[in-house]
Structures are given as structure tokens and as C-alpha cells.
Design a protein around this ligand. Structure first.
Ligand SMILES: [Zn+2]
Length: 180
């Protein structure tokens, strides 16, 4: 898996908790968790209990993303707790494009692989352009995203959230002008 793939997985995993999602916690329900892991895990028999088991790590990963996005004073401590997740037995090679790619030793259990991969993906984002790692500004949405636009000024996870935010702001302005 390349570092870019690991980063994409880290963001996807962090977003399995979403206040606007149905369900809010994808990992807490066996069927939605299975659906999520299907995209990443070939052997379905392995992920029966994976969803709930991954929740503590997912919460830590989310906290790490939120700490970057808000430049929290305790961000380094949060990153250090995530650093432990990297301690797996793996090798680094290159993929067909010549980019660094990581492979785990065959004995590393699935849960540990996914935990380590997502932590690696997070730190790869951090070492690239941490200021482009953001949380959607259209509350109550808290979707984590990585801004890959040219301008680097993306504030919302999606067009839908951007529209929702602007409509709400427009209404607020109208309300205020009625009071005036
Ligand atoms: Zn959003």
C-alpha cells in the first residue's frame, strides 16, 4: 500500500464517525462496519468483530485530525499516542510508480495492520501539507478532508455542505436585518 493510499484510508476511517451520517457511527453496527471494511479487506470472515474493535483507534485518529485542523495546544501528545499504532512488523519497498510502499509481515493480525496503516497515512499527510488537513466548517458536519484544490482554500467537505452553510448564513443575515 502506498502512502497516498494509507492517507486516503486514514481519512475514510476517521469519517466513519459523522454527526450527519446515518448511522452516526458506522463502526458501531455490524452491517455498516462490514460494508465499510469490504472496500479494504478481501477476506470477509476476518472482519466480523472488526468494527467495534477499531472504534478506540478511530476515535484517537479523529482526535489527531481535529487537533491538526484546529492547531490544538495538546496536538503533540495526541500524535504521540497515535505513534504507538505504527509499531508493527513491516517492510518498505516501492510501488510501480517508484513511490514508497509498505507491506506487513504475514503474521501481523488484520486489526493491527489497519490500525498501523491508518496511523501511517495520518503521519504522511502531516509531513506533506498539514495546513491542508481540515474539518468541514458547515456545522454540525465534522467531516475530515484533505484539500487538494489549487487555491488551497477549501472549507467544506462537499458542495452540499458549502450550499447548506451559505443558505444558513443568508437566513441569519435576513433575520438580523428584520430586527434592525
Ligand atoms: Zn461537511
Amino acid at each position: 500500500m502506498s502512502l497516498d493510499d494509507a492517507s486516503a484510508f486514514a481519512i475514510d476511517l476517521a469519517n466513519t464517525w459523522d454527526p450527519m451520517g446515518k448511522p452516526v457511527d458506522v463502526l458501531a453496527q455490524a452491517d455498516s462496519a462490514a460494508h465499510f471494511f469490504k472496500a479494504y479487506v478481501k477476506n470477509e470472515a476476518e472482519f466480523v468483530l472488526l468494527g467495534e474493535a477499531m472504534i478506540p483507534h478511530r476515535d484517537l485518529l479523529r482526535a489527531a485530525f481535529l487537533a491538526v485542523a484546529s492547531d490544538a495546544p495538546d496536538k503533540v501528545e495526541i500524535w504521540q499516542s497515535l505513534e504507538h499504532a505504527l509499531q508493527a512488523s513491516w517492510t518498505i519497498g516501492i510501488d510501480h510508480r517508484g513511490n514508497p510502499a509498505v507491506e506487513f509481515a504475514s503474521e501481523v493480525p488484520l486489526q493491527q495492520r489497519l490500525t498501523a496503516w491508518s496511523a501511517l497515512g495520518f503521519f504522511a499527510l502531516l509531513s506533506g501539507a498539514p495546513e491542508r488537513t481540515r474539518v468541514c466548517q458547515a456545522a454540525p458536519c465534522e467531516e475530515v478532508f484533505h484539500d487538494i484544490t489549487k487555491s488551497g482554500r477549501q472549507r467544506f467537505c462537499s458542495k452540499r455542505c458549502g450550499t447548506r452553510y451559505n443558505v444558513a448564513r443568508h437566513r441569519d443575515r435576513q433575520k438580523n436585518s428584520e430586527i434592525d
